[in-house]
Each structure stands twice: as C-alpha cells, then as structure tokens.
Design a binder for this molecule. Sequence first.
Ligand code: NAD
Ligand code: UGA
Length: 452
Amino acid sequence: MKITIIGTGYVGLVSGACFADVGNTVLCLDVNEEKIAMLKNGVIPIHEPGLDNMVERNANAGRLLFSTSYDEAVAHADCVFLAVGTPPDEDGSADLTHILAAARSIGQRIDKPVVVVDKSTVPVGTADKVRAAIQGELDKRGSTLSFSVVSNPEFLKEGAAIDDFMRPDRIVVGSDDTVATKLMRQLYAPFSRNHEKLVEMDVRSAELTKYAANAMLATRISFMNELANLAEVLGADIEAVRHGMGLDPRIGSQFLYAGMGYGGSCFPKDVKALVKTGGDHGQVLHILEATELVNDNQKNVLFKKLTRFYGGVEGLKGKTVAVWGLSFKPNTDDMREAPSLVLLKELFDAGCHVRAYDPVASSEALRVLAREHGAARVESMLTIVSSAAAATEGADALVLVTEWKEFRAPDFAGLATILRDKAIFDGRNIYDPAVVAAAGLAYEGIGRVSRT
Ligand code: NAD
Ligand code: UGA
C-alpha cells in the first residue's frame, strides 16, 4: 500500500518506518526543511532505540521516502496520516493550527478519493474540523471528490516506540465509513494477527479514548506521588506500598512509580487539554485538575529536600550539585516538560553550580535551557560533562533525575569519598536506601524514610 505521513516527528517518523518495514511504500512529509534534509542524508533527528537501523533499511529499499513537497506527498498515496504536533495553547486547549493547516494543504491538492487518518492527539470534534477544512478547499475548486476522515490515535511511548508500534496492545480506529475501516484493517493486519487488536468505534469515541488513556496514566502517577509524600511523613516506604498494591490484578503493577512528576510531550498537555474540554462543556474535571496540581508540586519536591538538607536556600548558595539525567525519561533525548528543567531553574536561582550528565539529551537540554534562561546564565551556572563520574568531580551532592540504566549501580563507597557533603538525592527511587547509607552517604528518595 502507498501511504503518506504528514508531520515527521516522533510519531510520524516511527509510524512511517514501521509501516515501511512491513512492506508499504511510505512518504514522510514535513514542513521543517532541515529535518527532511537530515533524514535524506540518513541522519535521524531524534534519539529512539532501533529507529536508525529501521529507517536506513527501509530508505535503502526505496520503501521510505522523505519530502517537503505537499504536491508530491498528496499525489503519492490513497491514505494520508496526520501526525503533526498539537501543542498546548495559552488557555491549555490543544492548538489545532498545524493539523488544520495540513488538512487545508491536502484539500488544495487531492485529485482522487483519499482516506485521511488522524493520528495526532486531538480533542473530540477535531475530525469534523479536519473534514470541514478539506471540504472548504474542495468547494473553492468546485470539486465534488469524496474523502473520509478516520481517527486512529497513537499509544506509543518514547524510548520504546518501535516495539509499541510493532506489537501494540490495541489499535483504535474511529470511523463512520466502512470502506475506510476496511482499508485500516488491511493496513494494520501485519501488526494485529487475526485483527484481534483492532478496536473499531465511532470517531468521537476514538478521539476521547486517547485522552482518557493518557489522563488515567497521569492520574495514577500523581496518586502515587501524593501517597509517597504521605508515606514519608508517616515513616512508611512507598516502594513497599507500591509492590503490595501492584500485585492486585485489579490495580496492576505498571505506572505506579513515584518520582519527580511526569513530564514529556504528552501527559502534561493532554491532561490540560482534557480539563479545558470539560470546562468548555460546563464540566469541571476535578480529578484531572488535582492530577495536574499534584504534578506541578511534585517537580519541586527534590529541591525542597535539598533545601532542607542544607538548612534553607541560603545553605545551598555556592554549592556544586551533580545531576545525573536530564531527559524527561530514559532512552530519549526529549526534554519537553522534563522535571530536570524545573530543578535546574531552582538550583540556578539558589546560586548553585550544576555539573550535569545525560547519555543522550545534553545538547537538546542546552538548547532548551539557553532559550529559557539565556546562554550567558546557562554557561555560568551549568557545566555539561560527558560521563556520570565527571559530573560528581568536585560536587557537594548528587541528584539522580532520570533513571538511565547506567546510573543504576554506582560505586557508592567511591561516591562517599568524592561528594563533599556525602549526600544522594534519588528522584526516581532506584537505589536501596540501606545500601547507600551503609556506604556512609545520606540518602533522600521520594516517599521513603530518609537515611543519614
Ligand atoms: P513532533 O513535534 O515530534 O513532530 C511534529 C512534526 O510535525 C514536526 O516535525 C513539525 O515540523 C511537523 N509539522 C508541523 N506543522 C506541519 C504541517 N503543516 N505540515 C507538515 N508537517 C508539519 O510531535 P510528536 O511528538 O510526533 O507528536 C505528534 C502528535 O502525536 C501529537 O498530537 C502528540 O500528542 C501525539 N503523540 C505523540 C506521542 C509521542 O510519544 N511523542 C505519542 C502518541 C501520540
Ligand atoms: C505516554 C504514554 O505512556 C503513551 O502511551 C502515549 O502514547 C504517549 O504518552 C503520548 O501520548 O505521547 P511517554 O510520554 O513517551 O508516553 O512516556 P511515559 O513512559 O508514559 O512516561 C511519561 C512520564 O511519566 C515520564 O516523565 C515518566 O518518568 C513518568 N512516569 C511514568 C512516572 O513518574 N511514574 C511511572 O510509574 C511511569
């Protein structure tokens, strides 16, 4: 099958590569010329495990093409996916500028019936807007062409995107058109043996399913973070509580990890957008409002612990803090809404110098931080280094922000001789407090009894 993907970011590139890998000919389009030039030269603009090999394999086989030309992209296929960004608008709603611009660009060019598939995360009712945008352009041309708009939200996770796409838990297809549904079943057959994973529903329900899933996951995390803060004052250990709770199959063990709050390009914006949708329809979504509030507060928790350890913000002044991990989660270089950004701002404001190391996100972090604080301030407050060991050189304390595998088993005895104030702040609860304390280091986790 010939497929076009509009928007070649995380979702567009991963989807394009995976569809090509099962034998389709896929053209990925983006308005970002630099990104397309990189891809044409075999350079992958994002860090996603396994993606470089998959892109190379399929590009070499002529099954994965890249373009900035809408003429070429729309002519290429009978099935056009929309995978452009839907960032938060100032009022929290999803900004549909890109998706509607893409829809108009399609409407200006189609000359045969097409199925337009909405893969971006969009509020309920967006498919109608996409349909109207395309129809508006057809009307201007006096065209009577027919087309369909289908909702097919994406559930992949960054860092595990290829596996999630190739072996999905479910494939949601919202469609009011049997021909379009049949095409989607055909397209997804290689990812869903016997079609058992493909869930058909109406368009609006499919649009809402995506927000519902992300909102539920975000809520579980905020729930656990709130319980972690309670466990701490009660002298309980959230890690034991998590284990005990998660064994109940009605609860399940995933997404119960307390930490520094959820970040990333989706949970924060999708929770906000769903709250806004509720408000627009006269419904206050109390639980989700609390989810967001708890998450915003949680991003400050580690700084509060540092402040307490040093006897107030004044005590932090002039300290050198080693930071391990900057990306919003391991296995990605994505810095969008990363909890590290909140912590770094607090450390800069307190007059600390930060020595940070991340296996892949350093240059993206520098770009984002320079935009937020100005290059000169970042240069004076932050040293980016190229190893975990280099980050701790000359540091007073260590903060673990992102749980990359290489941070999991450090030499605690060695750290006890290097860190001047002999303290570890573990924002992801990856260390055993007793082991850290036995090495002579003070330990602070999230929702655990601190050890000094
Ligand atoms: P992204 O920012 O990585 O990529 C979006 C791309 O769209 C950019 O390269 C941008 O240049 C391009 N673009 C913008 N306007 C365009 C236009 N008019 N025509 C062509 N290209 C255009 O975004 P992403 O993370 O891939 O997310 C895309 C959508 O998928 C969002 O709605 C997001 O919520 C959803 N989603 C993301 C993930 C994820 O893990 N990142 C997972 C599931 C769903
Ligand atoms: C999330 C969802 O998991 C995907 O299903 C969805 O497709 C995607 O959003 C999206 O819509 O974009 P992603 O943001 O890539 O995927 O990453 P997650 O693994 O969900 O982690 C999100 C954040 O939650 C991270 O900051 C992570 O550290 C945090 N988290 C996750 C916790 O704090 N505790 C947990 O138990 C799990």
